[in-house]
Design a protein around this ligand. Structure first.
Ligand SMILES: *[C@@H]1O[C@H](CO)[C@@H](O)[C@H](O)[C@H]1NC(C)=O
Ligand SMILES: *[C@@H]1O[C@H](CO)[C@@H](O)[C@H](O)[C@H]1NC(C)=O
Ligand SMILES: *[C@@H]1O[C@H](CO)[C@@H](O)[C@H](O)[C@H]1NC(C)=O
Ligand SMILES: *[C@@H]1O[C@H](CO)[C@@H](O)[C@H](O)[C@H]1NC(C)=O
Length: 238
């Protein structure tokens, strides 16, 4: 088994090196008199893919007129062959290709994506020379973002309204804690007039509302969702 597979891997690797200098591809087809030269990439392949850290990243490659050629995925950074057809060559268990020969499609899954996985990936068709398509993977960390940060100015007696969104989150947070300086905001405190409105939609938005701002309400406010990095803003009551 390995004896049959290894020469092919070397062939793919060599083809990669020789890319652009190899001989003409032989798999030419004639349809209605017009010539279609071998396999080609589907025009709709997403070339910028965003994945959330800790979740699966999916890179999709699809070729038309693939014939008996196959699709391979390489990591561009170290020219590491990850998958060829439905075989996974990397020892990193997080990489897995789902290969559909009939559709001419190869979906590379990277489980538990990390920031280090970000970069260029290359989908190759095993023609001579190989044909390549580059897919850029971005890995993002869910982050809280406060509107108007880093500083908000509020007139004494007016309402403080601090708005926090949770970007790059696939699911709403289980909870959001709000802090004033380093203390969790207590909505039952003697101060009164403090409330939070949270809208859980595609993007979760939380508003901290403090009525009748007083000088003592100045300071740093932080929004800390269960599933994202914390965000802070400095409020000046003037
Ligand atoms: C992909 O991202 C790069 C850089 O982030 C950008 O220059 C390019 O236009 C993007 N391509 C598409 C198809 O969105
Ligand atoms: C691929 O197909 C071509 C033409 O259809 C054929 O000549 C060639 O032998 C095939 N190659 C393999 C490895 O099956
Ligand atoms: C607080 O500010 C946000 C963003 O400007 C706004 O959408 C929201 O309606 C405001 N809430 C109140 C109670 O004023
Ligand atoms: C966070 O998401 C909001 C709403 O989509 C957007 O307006 C804002 O630019 C995003 N901020 C960052 C830092 O991605």
């Amino acid at each position: 088994m390995l004896n049959r597979v290894l020469p092919f891997v070397i062939f793919v690797a060599l083809s990669c090196v020789l890319n652009g200098r190899g001989q003409q591809d032989e798999s030419t087809e004639s349809v209605d008199g017009s010539e279609i030269i071998g396999p080609y990439f589907d025009a709709n392949i997403p070339q910028n893919v965003t994945a959330i850290v800790g979740k699966s990243a999916f890179l999709r490659c699809r070729a038309r007129n693939l014939g008996n050629k196959t699709l391979a995925w390489l990591r561009h950074r170290d020219v590491h062959i990850l998958t060829v057809g439905s075989y996974t060559y990397t020892t990193d268990q997080r990489f897995q290709a789902t290969y559909n020969k009939d559709l001419g499609e190869s979906v590379l899954e990277i489980k538990w994506a990390s920031i280090r996985d970000a970069g260029l990936f290359e989908c190759q068709i095993s023609t001579q020379p190989v044909r390549s398509l580059f897919v850029h993977l971005e890995v993002v960390v869910p982050t809280a973002v406060i509107w108007g940060a880093p500083e908000i100015f509020v007139e004494k007696g007016h309402m403080i309204n601090i708005t926090c969104t949770i970007n790059y989150s696939t699911e709403p947070p289980a909870y959001i804690f709000w802090y004033h300086q380093d203390e969790v905001i207590n909505f039952d405190s003697a101060r009164g007039g403090v409330s939070v409105i949270t809208e859980k939609a595609d993007i979760t938005i939380s508003h901290l509302l403090i009525q009748k701002a007083d000088l003592a309400d100045s300071g740093r406010y932080s929004c800390s969702p269960s599933n994202a990095d914390v965000a802070s803003v400095r409020v000046h009551v003037t």
